[in-house]
Design a protein around this ligand. Structure first.
Ligand code: MN
Length: 420
């Protein structure tokens, strides 16, 4: 099923020629540009365009490829992205190896070892919303903090619950995040204290990037929602649980969430994920008409979270799958805009923590350790109730079917000690 390329693609790579994700890279010379990736090779799209490879096409990418973020490129629209994808697959296909002269220019200006290119934040995040769309996650949290017998609140099966988050603190994989300080209410105390959060957690999520803007007052119908979605990223919604439980009533999470969230550097397009569509869970009771969707609107994407202590080994702490989401992306976008709320190219919509049905598939330490009651033992013998200082949290994700693997690479962040 795989298309062969004249660029070497290692077995098990996240980046065959069917993937062609988009990101912003900076080479050793300090120049940023739009990149794609094939195997372990980062492809400078601006330099490739400069060699005339896209000459005569109906779209001119030259300006969009030279921007410090992908927003302008994304805004060019799906027709342009399709033309580019076809052109790249044709150019890099095994049968069309360039002649020696062109190959020399490519080696010098276009093709770089991926490890030598620094990946930057791929988009200017214009707005950020976080949903709460995993029924397993919402049920686990409801059991822990409310009523085990009535874990889901009455609205949960009727609308995709979400909140408006903070765009300014969303950073690219590799960025270190400092443990936040804030107010917490110690158990049994009647007044809050100030200091470093003691219950720092990850949330395993995916996020989609909006590819088309709307005007205020114009809802997006569920059936049209995918026309407004460019692609997906891995997303770590870092959360300070002790700060959260004190602050969140009545308006929801605030400083427990906005001290840093991390995205993977490559945006994988909806088109690349096409072969991995699956049906979502049965929704009961039936949803209101504006939330009804037809066809396969979930995606079978295997996800894992690892914790790596400083100078230590990686420990898998969670294995989950994006296919578990109760509310799909079309329902999320339809609900978000049904009141007339406008959306913008570059908006980020995160799924909410992606927990599966089994304990090992829960997407946060809160659930995995059941609020610290069942610590996880790492390979070095230490235990974790939550994430420690100097730990690195790594999210990986890929879809695989019939010999084709489309992956996202990594979303990593190291936790630094709080300010003193
Ligand atoms: Mn979240």
């Amino acid at each position: 099923m795989n298309i062969k390329s004249w660029i070497e693609i290692p077995a098990g790579s996240d980046f065959p020629i069917e993937n062609l994700p988009f990101g912003i890279g900076r080479n050793r010379g300090g120049q940023f540009a739009a990149y794609t990736r094939i195997g372990d090779t980062a492809v400078n799209l601006s330099a490739l365009d400069g060699l005339g490879v896209f000459a005569g096409m109906e779209f001119d990418f030259s300006v969009a490829f030279r921007q410090p973020v992908l927003n302008d490129f994304i805004a060019m629209g799906k027709a342009a992205h399709r033309v580019l994808r076809n052109a790249l697959q044709a150019f890099f296909a095994a049968g069309s190896k360039p002649d020696a002269i062109l190959m020399e220019s490519l080696t010098e200006k276009v093709l770089f070892p991926a490890a030598s290119v620094e990946m930057l934040m791929p988009v200017k995040v214009t707005d950020y919303t976080d949903f709460y769309s995993s029924i397993e996650h919402a049920t686990n949290v409801g059991k822990m903090f409310r009523d085990p017998a009535n874990a889901l609140l009455p609205n949960w099966r009727h609308l995709p619950v979400g909140y408006h988050g903070r765009a300014s603190s969303i950073v690219v994989s590799g960025t270190e995040i400092r443990r936040p300080r804030g107010q917490t209410l110690p158990a049994g105390a009647d007044a809050p204290v100030f200091g470093p959060g003691k219950m720092l957690d990850f949330e395993l999520e995916m996020a989609f990037v909006v590819g088309r803007s709307t005007n205020l007052g114009e809802p997006v119908a569920a059936a049209d929602a995918e026309d407004y979605i460019f692609g997906f990223l891995l997303f770590n919604d870092l959360s300070a649980r002790d700060i959260q439980s004190w602050e969140y009533v009545p308006l929801g999470p605030f400083l427990s969430k906005n001290f840093g969230s991390v995205v993977s550097p490559w945006i994988v397009t909806l088109e690349a994920l096409e072969p991995f569509r699956v049906k979502g869970p049965e929704q009961e009771p039936a949803v209101l008409p504006y939330l009804r969707t037809e066809g396969l609107r979930n995606f079978d994407i295997s996800l894992e979270v690892l914790i790596r202590p400083e100078n230590g080994a990686e420990n898998v702490v969670c294995r989950s799958n994006f296919r578990h989401m109760y509310w799909n992306i079309c329902q999320q976008l339809a609900h978000h805009t049904v009141n007339g709320c406008n959306i913008t190219t570059g908006d980020l919509y995160a799924s909410g923590t992606i927990s599966g049905p089994e304990p090992g598939s829960y997407g946060s330490m809160l659930e995995l350790t059941w609020r610290g009651a069942n610590p996880i033992r790492l390979s070095d013998g230490t235990e974790r109730k939550f994430v420690n200082d100097h730990d690195t949290v790594i999210i990986r994700g890929y879809a695989a079917k019939d010999g084709l693997r489309i992956g996202f690479g990594e979303c990593t962040t190291k936790i630094l000690p709080a300010l003193t």
